[in-house]
Design a protein around this ligand. Structure first.
Ligand SMILES: [Ca+2]
Length: 505
């Protein structure tokens, strides 16, 4: 037998013990909020609020300016991120779906490769989490105050503000529970700032006495577009409830919490009643009430993400931890007169994405490539040095994080939204967007829209019937057909049997 030189033996021992490999592999902290619009992040140029802690991720990392979702609604976005597949292939097409947890997901693959995996906070996929060593999640949407959280060892009751509690759980896992010798994936997901926008005790009076600027399209008349934009039920003017508007107090508060709440809202509500507003003035008041509560919820997310970033700094974990901040999708903050999401229009189609990884990403950089939530799983696997399964439909953008161009990157994005009619009556549609144009097909009524985003960034005038755009329209239709083929979307949705296997038709 040949003698192995000691240096080689040591190297081999290190490699095979997993210690060297583990030290090399980056940690992944995936932070996702729910319905956080890019227009409510100061690193994206918000005119209405400041998010100093979230901005740190962009300032110390990379901000993506064209990150698109495949289907702009909560549960479906979560399923796309986990599986790297479009809704019709992961089976979670709308919020009535149930996630098939037997599917291949990126946390399962990281777990198999030696990562410790955890998820805390919002889950919203009906079935229990799979692929996580530790999980403690809200039941369904979960409340803003005093949540019950579901874990592998039962339901735990908490008293306090949910955004703070989720962060406490994340920090406890990071500090006390995980094995410091293994790389980790922590999926840390906020419920905020989802409807019904209940601020935490600290921020009940934030923005009092201020007027938040209105978006240019608050009084959109929905002219010059197909019929669906005018037929939805998600307007600030007509579709917010007294509960949304805080004209009634929340029902599940402790006595003490309720007293604090009433001290903040009763004077504001008395002032509103005395003013007897009507017409546009009433819409303006509703917008102010809505947006202030929304931004108050965002302020708590910002504070809490700051606590976690501070811990990464103090513990020395920051250098080789990929910190991702995103939202399941973006949101209307009064644009087109709306709250909510769903549409392929920019405000809900693009989502915020900031990534910090001091070891690899140059601080303060931006990227305008068309990346998607479909690419997250592939990118995380790639960063961990793992192969990307052929069944995943997105593509790793890891080279972009390292400052490299990917020459054959996609030039267009395919979108498909399903949920109809309730809630909000947004007509199902699919479409394609490239760097300049967007073509949308509302297929229930066979109506089309075409937008020139350069000339019409607010998407107020469809040029679908404008002869000057005939050639572009035809090119986009051909592109749309190609993408539907590429992503295997023929209008059918995958069905699973009881064992979670794909049913063959
Ligand atoms: Ca959402």
């Amino acid at each position: 037998m040949k003698r192995i030189p000691p240096a080689f033996a040591l190297l081999a021992a290190l490699l095979f013990s997993g210690v060297a490999a583990a030290a090399d592999k980056p940690n992944i902290l995936f932070i996702m909020s729910d319905d956080h619009a890019y227009n409510a992040l100061s690193c994206y140029g918000s005119k209405i609020n400041k998010t100093p802690n979230l901005d740190r991720i962009a300032n110390e990392g990379m901000r993506f300016d064209n990150c698109m979702v495949t289907n702009s609604i909560c549960g479906p976005c979560r399923a796309v991120i986990l599986t790297g597949k479009y809704s019709h292939l992961n089976g979670f097409i709308d919020n009535r779906s149930r996630f098939n947890g037997k599917q291949l997901t990126y946390p399962k693959l990281l777990q198999k490769a030696g990562y410790q995996t955890a998820v805390v906070g919002k889950w919203h996929l009906v079935s229990d989490p799979t692929g996580f060593d530790y999980w403690e999640v809200l039941q369904g949407q979960g409340p803003y105050y005093n949540p019950k959280m579901l874990s592998s060892n039962g339901v735990h009751d908490y008293t306090g503000y949910t955004t703070d509690i989720i962060t406490d759980l994340a920090l406890t896992w990071l500090k006390e529970t995980r094995d410091p010798n293994k790389p980790f994936l922590l999926v840390y997901q906020h419920k905020a700032p989802h409807r019904n926008w209940q601020p935490g005790p600290k921020y009940l009076n934030m923005y009092d006495g201020e007027t938040i600027p209105e978006p240019e399209t608050l009084f959109d008349d929905y002219e010059n577009r197909a019929s669906p934009a005018g037929e939805q039920e998600m307007t600030i003017a007509r579709h917010l409830s007294p509960d949304d508007l805080k004209l009634t107090p929340p029902r599940n508060l402790t006595k003490e919490q309720l007293a604090t709440w009433n001290a903040a809202y009763e004077p504001k509500n008395k002032e509103f009643e005395a003013a007897k507003l009507t017409g546009d003035d009433l819409v303006r008041w509703k917008y102010q009430r809505y947006i202030k509560d929304y931004l108050r919820c965002v302020a708590s997310v910002d504070d809490n993400v700051g606590r976690v970033l501070d811990y990464l700094d103090e513990s020395g974990l920051a250098e080789n931890t990929i910190v991702v901040y995103t939202s399941d999708q973006s949101f209307y903050l009064g644009e087109h007169g709306w709250y909510d999401k769903r549409w392929m229009y920019e405000e809900s189609f693009r989502t915020p994405l900031m990534v910090r990884w001091p070891k690899k990403i140059k601080a303060g950089t931006t990227n305008d490539a068309l990346v998607m939530n479909l690419d997250f799983a592939e990118t995380f696997l790639d960063a961990a040095g793992l192969p990307i399964p052929a069944e995943m439909q997105g593509r790793s953008f890891l080279p972009m994080l390292e400052g490299k161009e990917i020459p054959d990157w996609r030039k267009s994005v395919y979108y498909h939204y399903y949920e109809y009619p309730q809630p909000h009556r947004v007509a199902p549609h699919y479409g394609v967007r490239n760097a300049r144009y967007k073509l949308i097909h509302f297929y229930n009524t066979d109506e089309w829209e075409l937008f020139d985003l350069e000339n019409d960034p607010h998407e107020l005038m469809s040029v679908y019937d404008d002869s000057e755009y005939a050639e572009i329209k035809n090119e986009l239709k051909a592109e749309l057909n190609e993408l539907r083929k590429k992503y295997e979307d023929d209008g059918t949705v995958v069905q699973f049997d009881k064992e979670g296997n794909v049913k063959k038709s």
